[in-house]
Design a protein around this ligand. Structure first.
Ligand SMILES: Cc1ncc(COP(=O)(O)O)c(C=O)c1O
Length: 323
């Protein structure tokens, strides 16, 4: 059974503290301290949520004395696609953005697991609510991080807030303003002693978590909603689909009913922040036998092994920071 929400929150306690401003950041071509990276109060993105962001993890391998960025190329590929939605210009190609990321990590001399936040946004000081002819800005910061969601078996709650539909605010976009939808849903989950929200689409199918994709195990098959059900097209989701297939697990992408989660053998969330976070309770009902299931456990182990570089599989997913 899930422990109390207060006990589980200890795993993610550091998230409640503010990010230190002493570390190096990057803004519009210049490395500077985070304390010196500013935007104007009149910035379009601050007023209207017109930004695109990414969340990337780098894992420290103490034995190899190496920091590995996980799927760096794919994060900037997705960011470039998403910037097209908001007509935001990135300051360089993906090779340049990757090099800035590695340089930022080296300047900070991180020897721990870190989270990297690239942010592209409408930087113009303008109140014009449109997307054309508005100057773009780009920044990046990074900081040490542990778990974003508890990984010891969390409780989830179906949100009364529906996932924003693709024809309203596209969830695939990782758009800054769209995360109000997540904030409302996760806040509601917390009010009900749950750790994470489960979004339904406008037509009532399971979409994803507040800040993570969702998988269930039914009759031995690993199933996740399709990319057309208002999800962020998660890079961890993609990694897990590949890992599961390599482990010989039957995988499928199809619509999921809310009540299928209640009768599933296993449910887990996944994401850059969430990593692999098993869910043992949904809407007050115990999932499976209330313990972390064998599929989530195995996939979590393989994922962590590959991401940390202890497992040599998928070298193309890791970028070493230190030479
Ligand atoms: C809403 C949402 N869904 C899914 C994910 C997972 O995506 P990824 O695995 O690319 O981090 C995230 C971010 O982690 C997210 O914010």
């Amino acid at each position: 059974m899930a422990s109390s929400v207060h006990e589980r929150m200890k795993e993610t306690a550091a998230l409640g503290t503010e990010i230190p401003e002493t570390g190096w950041a990057y803004q519009d071509g210049v490395f500077k301290r985070l304390a010196d990276a500013h935007v104007s109060l009149a910035t379009h993105a601050l007023n209207y949520g017109t930004g695109v962001f990414e969340g990337i993890r780098a894992y420290w391998n103490a034995t190899q004395e190496q920091l590995y960025v996980f799927r760096l190329r794919e994060h900037f590929e997705r960011m470039r696609d998403n910037c097209r939605l908001l007509r935001i210009e990135l300051p360089g190609d993906n090779a340049m953005l990757s090099e800035v990321t590695l340089e930022l990590l080296r300047k900070n001399e991180f020897r721990t697991d870190v989270y990297i936040r690239p942010l592209a946004y409408k930087a113009a000081r303008s109140i014009k609510v449109a997307l054309h002819d508005l100057r773009s800005g780009f920044g990046m910061f990074a900081f040490p991080i542990g778990a974003y969601l508890p990984t010891s078996g969390l409780a989830a709650r179906t949100a009364t807030w529906r996932r924003t539909a693709d024809d309203a605010i596209p969830a695939r976009g990782k758009l800054t303003g769209a995360y109000i939808n997540t904030a409302l849903a996760v806040d509601e989950a917390h009010d009900f002693e749950a750790d994470e929200a489960i979004f339904l689409t406008a037509d009532g199918h399971v979409s994803e978590g507040g800040g993570a994709n969702i998988f269930m195990v039914r009759d031995g098959a690993l199933i996740t909603p399709p990319v057309t059900d208002d999800i962020l097209e998660g890079i961890t989701r993609d990694s897990i689909l590949q890992i599961a297939a390599e482990l010989g697990i039957l995988v499928g992408e199809r619509q999921i009913d809310r009540t299928e989660l209640y009768v599933a053998d296993e449910v887990f969330f996944c994401g850059t922040g969430a990593q692999v976070a098993p869910c043992v309770k949904i809407d007050g009902r115990v999932v499976g036998d209330g313990q972390i299931g064998p599929v989530a456990k195995k996939i979590g182990e393989v994922y962590f092994g590959i991401a940390h570089g202890d497992d040599q599989a998928h070298p193309e997913w890791r970028t070493a920071v230190y030479r």
